[in-house]
Design a protein around this ligand. Structure first.
Ligand code: S3P
Length: 449
């Protein structure tokens, strides 16, 4: 794997300065794209998906279902047509399913695979093979599933089919939509009513899409931001049309880029603004960002809006912990915003960042230090002293650690740097945002690769 990465080393070089302008549409939402393939494959009938993210992660999910006998047309300009095989219609794959770099595939698929009547093995790349999987395998085992991991609780995962599953009533120890979704998917195959309670709100695309595919899900708000979702096993999914909105996690790079660069004015079109995903907007606004939403509408059960962002002088804040799960993928670029803000920004309650595609606390702190920023990593967050109005970040060479969001976050940092920023190992930007370089160039970022 390492050799392959060296051969494929893609380096981003971003010249300092410039600004962002124009109207852009970033690619489709990664979370929704994954789920559209999963539910479309298990549904009865033909599901048409538009706006599908043609990035490596969602394509890994798509390929896995092809490997299990599902006829899937496309993707063709974001259009995918899935000929659903029904809840029990998947076929034994010839070999191990390759999840690549995709945590969502690796954590959601076991939920539905333990309900099949065949065995499967799920593997992934070096980064994914280092990420914790017991958070899904342990509760699945409580439901009666038989799943093997490595001794350290990581992939590859070996899933034994043909095991009778029973429902559980489970409170998530970490606020994780991947774990919640995995268990709800398994719940469809279990006897009884599976109820999953979250300690804080997490993205609810699975619940929304299940409802859209005609599978009843009951959701109860428990106060203090806690909610539960439950469903009865033994139901079926009916094919649906899925229109995937643009990914707010990809839009976030441009939201920060426009906020920190002088004279910026961009409109990000048709972005998913599901309230379980809008932490980045809430946090940036609290830091003084100039963000307005227009054309708010609902598309296929998901709220969508156009987002206008103009330059603003940001100031440091204590990031409210209740916003952390709602912005969990956006912290690399929010750290860049904090580095340009006036005063101190403190993040706490975000230990999960240490087990993402990279240890995003350490990796961002290391890179920001190379750019001359006072960034102190803590066990569950970071303390950043921002430079304030008119300040510049330094220049230099930073490592992405094969993490797409680190690569894109440091690209945006160049808008406020004193010299070029060179970012190593950027191939994985393809996992979530294959057109990043072209779109960013078009908007005014001086990036080449
Ligand atoms: C995702 C959930 C989040 C997020 C990931 C996608 C999903 O992970 O970081 O990129 O699609 O459910 P966690 O569930 O680990 O918080």
């Amino acid at each position: 794997m390492e050799d392959l990465n060296i051969i494929n080393n893609i380096i981003f070089t971003v010249e300092a300065g410039g600004t962002l302008n124009g109207t852009l549409r970033v690619p489709g939402d990664k979370s929704i794209s994954h789920r559209s393939i999963m539910l479309g494959s298990l549904a009865e009938g033909v599901t048409e998906v538009t706006g599908f993210l043609e990035g490596d992660d969602a394509l890994a999910t798509l390929q896995a279902f092809r490997d299990m006998g599902v006829d899937i047309e496309g993707p063709d300009n974001g259009r995918v047509v899935i000929h659903g095989v029904g809840m029990k219609g998947l076929k034994t794959p010839k070999e191990a399913l390759d999840m690549g770099n995709s945590g969502t595939s690796m954590r959601l698929l076991p939920g539905l695979l333990c309900g099949q009547n065949f065995n499967t093995v799920l593997g992934g790349d070096a980064s994914l093979s280092g990420r914790p999987m017991r958070r899904v395998t342990e509760p699945l085992a409580d439901m009666g599933a038989v799943i093997g991991t490595t001794e350290t609780g990581t992939a590859p995962l070996s899933i034994c089919g043909d095991q009778p599953l029973h429902a559980i009533d489970f409170t998530l120890p970490v606020a994780s939509a991947q774990v919640k979704s995995c268990l709800l998917l398994a719940g469809m195959y279990a006897k009884g009513r599976t109820c999953i309670t979250e300690p804080a709100p997490t993205r609810d695309h699975t619940e929304r899409m299940l409802t859209g595919f005609g599978y009843p899900v009951e959701r109860v708000s428990l106060g203090n931001g806690r909610a539960s979702a439950s469903l009865e096993g033994g139901g079926k999914l009916t094919a649906a049309k899925v229109e995937v909105p643009a990914d707010i996690s990809s839009a976030a790079f441009f939201m920060v880029g426009a906020s920190i660069s002088e004279g910026a004015d961009i409109v990000l079109e048709h972005v998913g603004v599901n309230p379980t995903r809008t932490g980045v907007i809430n946090i940036l606004r609290e830091m003084g960002a100039d963000i307005t939403l227009s054309n708010e509408r609902e598309v296929g059960g998901e709220p969508v809006a156009d987002i206008r962002v103009r330059s603003a002088q940001l100031h440091g804040i204590n990031i409210p912990e209740d916003q952390v799960p709602l912005a969990i993928d956006e912290f690399p670029v929010l750290f860049v915003a904090a580095a340009c803000a006036e005063g101190e920004t403190v993040l706490t309650g975000a230990k999960e960042l240490r087990v993402k595609e990279s240890d995003r606390i350490q990796v961002m702190a290391d890179g920001l230090k190379i750019l001359g920023v006072d960034a102190q990593p803590t066990e569950d967050g970071m303390v950043i002293q921002g430079g304030g109005a008119g300040s510049q970040l330094g220049s230099g060479q930073v490592e992405s650690h094969d993490d797409h969001r680190i690569a894109m976050a440091f690209s945006m940092a160049a808008l406020r740097a004193s010299g070029p920023i060179v970012i190593n190992n950027c191939a994985n930007v393809n996992t979530s945002f294959p057109s990043f370089v072209e779109l960013a160039q078009g908007a005014g970022l001086k990036i080449t690769c």
